[in-house]
Every structure is written in structure tokens, then in C-alpha cells.
Design a protein around this ligand. Sequence first.
Ligand SMILES: NC(=O)c1ccc[n+]([C@@H]2O[C@H](COP(=O)([O-])OP(=O)(O)OC[C@H]3O[C@@H](n4cnc5c(N)ncnc54)[C@H](OP(=O)(O)O)[C@@H]3O)[C@@H](O)[C@H]2O)c1
Length: 332
Amino acid sequence: MDINNYKAMVVTEDNGKFIRKITDRSTSSLGKGPTLVHVKYSSLNYKDALSVTGNKGVTRRYPHTPGIDAAGIIVDSADSAFNKGDQVIVSGYDLGMNTSGGFSQYIKVPSEWIIKLPENLTLKESMIYGTAGFTAAQSLYKLESEGLKPPCDDILVTGATGGVGSMAVALLAKAGYRPVASTGKREKHNYLRQLGAVEVLDRHQIDDTSERAILKQTWAGVIDTVGGNTLATAIKSAKYGASVTTCGMVQSPALNTTIFPFILRGVNLLGIDSAMCPKEIRNILWQKIANEWKIPTLDLICIECSLEELDEKIDLMLAGKITGRVVVNLDK
Ligand SMILES: NC(=O)c1ccc[n+]([C@@H]2O[C@H](COP(=O)([O-])OP(=O)(O)OC[C@H]3O[C@@H](n4cnc5c(N)ncnc54)[C@H](OP(=O)(O)O)[C@@H]3O)[C@@H](O)[C@H]2O)c1
């Protein structure tokens, strides 16, 4: 691979329109980052779809190469902790936001952002998890830090066919829990059962409009990926002392609730941020992902595509139509 002539997705801004193209690039355009990584796989996350379409809360400056996830091989590093040829994962921090990201055959990043690929995980598998799988793992880790452990009653997962949702259902099943999946996709109930869901609900069933302050105690825990009224409903339906994690806002960033679930039932609302997750927690979670939380249904969740095929997947994600995880093979 020629470091002076490789391919990357570049998004340019033209009169308020954002245009994406696969373009030839040279690593000299990546600036003077300390560590050069030859990217083998990346993955598509909702944040990338926002970056591609000009969301200035994610990316301020264009032209820009998105991609908040990358897995590949160290080419050159000023840090003695890494050797040429090491297999590594880079996800989160500023990658793909205002730092040129993983939809490219090369990235340059600070070495603090890099995790060595755990044994028992391939580069491709690490990107099937990617930020979405890492966020699902982080959500389960936080629930368990609040005392959740199997066996217990049902755990609700919202946005269940999405990237974070699919990984959460499969991780919970692998870890011995009873995940109940909520989805808007009728045709995907069987997929969710194959991942390990004990029950599948239509998303309307957990979008309560009664305006009651609390509802029947149903969930021993919740991993919410959509926010809005779905999150409010999940909080009102959590069992006494249960915890609810919140990471996403595809339905809405608004949260309209009262304090009653918190003061009458001791419910906990736990915020999840994967981007700046401390490195010691990252290492713990990647080890769990590669070992006791390694999902047997990864092939079912993965949709592999080339950089050229990514364009249509981005549109599908923005329309809420992706099932599972889109993994980008940069050698394809
Ligand atoms: N905090 C963090 O660190 C972090 C990390 C990763 C992701 N996130 C956020 O988490 C969210 C999910 O990310 P993702 O990668 O899983 O996205 P995704 O693959 O696009 O999945 C989102 C899922 O949400 C459901 N959905 C879509 N529109 C909806 C609506 N209007 N109302 C209710 N549900 C809807 C759909 O699932 P069903 O059809 O099955 O209902 C969809 O597949 C995003 O907001 C993302 O930015 C946050």
C-alpha cells in the first residue's frame, strides 16, 4: 500500500450541501500525528452519519474524512509502547470528528487513543463491535456496577435492531440475562430472537402517552439507545432500585419526566459516554468483549461493505433502516 496514494472518503461542503466522494489521498495531508496506522477495517456509527451530513455538533470543519472507529496495523510510532506491525484498535476520542477518521486506509493519531488488539479477537471482529458494541458493553458494565447480576428479571433494550441495540441484546444474552428487545421493524423479530431476545416488543408498546408519572414495575434494568419518550417510559416502568442507561437520541434528545420514579422507586439514570471513556475502563471492557462477553452471533450482526459501498449504508442508517453493524473492509 502506497502511503502517498491511498483511498479515503472525503466530505466537502459546497453552499450548505455536503458531498461525499472516495478520493486519493497522501499521509502528508494528515499532518504530524505521532502514530501512523494502516487501517484494515472501520465501521459505521450513527455519529458518522451525522458527520457526513454536516452536523456541526460532530464536525466543525470540512473537507473531512469521517469514521470514529478504526482497526489496523501500526506503520510507524514515536511511542515505544507500540511496534511496527502491532494490531490495534482506535475508537472514540476525536477520531472522525475533527481528526481525519477511519473511512480511510491510513490514520494518524495520538498514541493515548490506541488500544492493542486483545488476544482472541480479530481486527474484523473488533470492528463488528466498534463504538456501538463498546457502548453496549459499557452500558452493561455500568448496570452491573450498580448491582445488577444474573439471574434476574427482564432487561429492556430499545432501538434493538440498531448497532448499539443489537450488540446489547446479544451481550446480555451471552452474560446470562433475559433481554427483551423493542423494535420498530416487524420483519426483524426473528433476528432479535436469534441474538438471544426472550421477547420482542413493538416500539409503540414502550412509548407511553398516558402522562402517568409512574407505570407498572416491569424492568430489572434498561439499556436505552433512542432517548425521548421511550426513555421516559422506560424510567417510569423500571422496578424498585433498577438502573436505566442512556446513550442515544435517535428518537429525541428531550427527556420529559417527573422525579417520582427516582424518589418513590430509587431508580437510577446512568449516562454513557464512550468517546472519552477512561483508558483503564476501555482496557477492561475490550478484554471482556474478547473473552466472557464474546458474542457467538457476530456473523449475524455484521454487514460487510467496501468504502465505495458505504455511501448507500449511510443513507439507510439516516432513515433508521440499518439492522446490525456495518463493517467497512478497507482492502475490498
Ligand atoms: N453515548 C455514546 O457514547 C454513544 C455511542 C454510540 C452510539 N450512541 C448513540 O446511540 C444511538 C444509537 O446508535 P446506533 O449506532 O445503534 O444507531 P443505529 O444503528 O442507527 O440504530 C438506531 C436504532 O434506533 C431505532 N430508531 C430509529 N429511529 C427511531 C425513532 N424515531 N424512534 C425510536 N427508535 C428509533 C431503530 O431500531 P428499531 O427499528 O429496532 O427500533 C434504529 O435501528 C445514536 O443516537 C448514537 O448517536 C451514543
